[in-house]
Design a protein. Structure first.
Length: 137
């Protein structure tokens, strides 16, 4: 028995795409795709000033790193099992929100980042009013 199969252009494209993924594995995420996993932020500072990343969500804690205006950071996720972003946030006694962040380093964008995946020396807290935050929908 002979089966006559006719495909539309879109069906050919779909088959070609599936074949490419099957043959070569899944493509690794690009810089833009990490926004589907973690929230991102740029440091919001006055000209010629620096913003401190601290060891705890308080201005009394140790300064770990300092960043200039526009420096990109990644906001770490609270839950590794979350679908989409679940930014790790705490509030201080004055009611200010703080986010746990890490410096943007290429390669980290390829997986969901939670506090447990980033060495303690490379993660810290920045107050929300010093961040221009962009989260996935």
């Amino acid at each position: 028995m002979q089966i006559d199969m006719k495909f539309t252009t879109n069906q050919y494209l779909l088959v070609a795409a599936i074949a490419g993924i099957t043959a070569f594995g899944f493509a690794s995420p690009t810089k833009a795709q990490y926004r589907d996993i973690n929230c991102a932020a740029d440091i919001k500072a006055e000209p010629n000033s620096r913003v401190n990343m601290r060891s705890e969500p308080t201005t009394n804690s140790e300064v770990l790193w300092t960043f200039g205006n526009g420096t990109p950071v990644i906001i770490l996720n609270d839950r590794p099992d979350a679908v989409g972003a679940s930014p790790l946030r705490q509030q201080d006694r004055a009611g200010n929100d703080w986010y746990m962040v890490t410096r943007f380093i290429r390669g980290r964008a390829e997986r969901q980042l939670t506090a447990g995946l980033v060495p303690k020396s490379e993660r810290g807290w920045i107050r929300a009013d010093f961040l221009n935050i962009s989260c996935p929908p």
